[in-house]
Write a protein that binds this ligand. Structure first.
Ligand SMILES: C[S@@+](CC[C@H](N)C(=O)[O-])C[C@H]1O[C@@H](n2cnc3c(N)ncnc32)[C@H](O)[C@@H]1O
Length: 383
């Protein structure tokens, strides 16, 4: 493991000063605000750094970076949905390095299902530049179809995709102690940050109280709740006229998320693929929490979406033909590349890796067909 270099340490120090300033003004800040600044501060946030990298050289790896087979499976699903749409575009949220967009466009062309427009909505200017660079090189023939948006569109027809975006939305932490709800806030001194229990504001209290009653949470229970998720999902659902929102992320249905035995929540922080403390060196490491998929469908339903599918990543990829595609790909490979292909399939599908921990949810509007990716294992009852 290498330590952050001088430049990264200087950014982190500057970010610590900003955090410290807010903490001084308010005595303590919510963890959601800490996470928001650590990841998205316009000058010093993790996702806004020019050095941000996703993949083996970065701090964490996502499915599109593991193998193009992931995008090829998504392409099968997108292509099926497009048959029901007069003119369907694709809108990808938080496109990372641009790898999914690149592999997806290549495969959609093979399937004779290229969208007229491939929109990307990405909040990080640094990642937007990376995406443009990569896509200009890898898919020059389709580059003119790719349009970067500054805000979500209205009246969208097509497929909205988000891989590991919801788990990057800032979440609040809470603790139940002596039958009381506390917020786990953040305090700091001289750039050293610590947890501090504070009284939650009314909305947070009300939401956590509802969770306590639904799931019988008792003293000692620590978890998180994402108050940024409902408006985000509502906005997406409202934007969709016809089509499907495909959400792929680490997460659970609510009963599993707030299971009494999950005593310490799902907050995780990564530095060079190792778990780390989210309160140290802000801006140099990724922070995530799992997605409450029950909250996702509840909010989407309020804006007219139907739950068209919910399953594990493994079941989704297998239903889209992962093994057949892998079989075809392996014919031309050397023994070493075939070994790498098998490793990639394991990472994408094994229950202890991404296969079960990542879920796929489809929210639809005005779509009749049964979606291919959910035909193997319907998990909607888990929500
Ligand atoms: C964990 S990365 C995943 C990147 C990519 N989807 C992948 O699978 O490799 C999270 C991505 O979501 C973006 N992001 C975070 N919050 C966002 C928001 N509110 N709207 C759009 N993009 C967002 C980040 O900048 C980043 O590109």
């Amino acid at each position: 493991m290498t330590l952050p270099n001088k430049q990264e340490l200087a950014r982190s120090l500057a970010l610590s000063r900003c955090l410290q300033q807010e903490i001084q003004q308010q005595k303590a800040i919510s963890f959601a605000r800490f996470m928001e600044l650590a990841l998205y501060h316009p000058d010093f946030g993790y996702y806004f750094a020019d050095t941000i990298d996703i993949g083996r050289q970065g701090d964490f790896i996502t499915a599109p970076e593991i193998s193009p087979l992931f995008a090829q499976c998504i392409a099968k699903q997108v292509s099926q949905i497009k048959t029901e749409l007069q003119e369907g575009s694709v809108l990808e949220l938080g496109a990372g390095t641009g790898r999914l967009a690149s592999d997806l466009l290549l495969e959609l062309d093979k399937l004779k299902s290229l969208p007229h427009h491939y929109y990307i909505y990405e909040i990080s200017p640094a990642l937007r530049r990376k995406q443009q660079e990569l896509l200009k090189n890898t898919v020059p023939a389709y580059f003119s179809r790719i349009i970067w948006l500054d805000s979500l569109p209205a009246n969208f027809t097509g497929i909205i995709l988000a891989n590991e975006v919801l788990d990057a939305l800032p979440a609040h932490r809470f603790v139940i102690e002596d039958r009381k709800i506390w917020e786990q806030s953040v305090i700091g001194n001289d750039g050293v940050f610590n947890w501090q229990l504070t009284a939650p504001h009314a909305k947070l209290h009300e939401k956590v109280q509802a969770l306590c009653e639904r799931h019988h949470l008792s003293s000692g229970y620590i978890s998180e709740i994402n108050l940024h998720l409902p408006p985000f999902i509502q906005q997406l659902a409202a934007a969709l006229d016809q089509g499907v929102i495909l959400l792929i992320d680490y997460g659970y249905g609510q009963a599993e998320y707030y299971h009494p035995e999950r005593q310490s929540g799902t907050l995780a922080c990564f530095y060079q693929h190792r778990q780390s403390d989210p309160l140290i060196l802000p801006g140099t490491q990724d922070i995530t929490t799992h997605v409450d998929f029950t909250a996702v469908i509840e909010n989407a339903a309020d804006y007219g979406c139907e739950l068209a599918g919910y399953t594990s990543q493994a079941a989704f990829l297998l239903a889209c033909g992962l093994m057949e595609m892998a079989g075809r790909a392996s014919v031309e490979l050397s023994i070493q590349d075939e070994f790498h292909l098998h490793q990639a399939i394991k990472t994408l599908t094994l229950p202890t890796e991404m296969g079960e921990r990542i879920k796929v949810m489809a929210l639809s509007k005005n779509i009749e067909q049964t979606l291919l990716g959910f035909s193997m294992h319907d998990r909607r009852r888990d929500l």
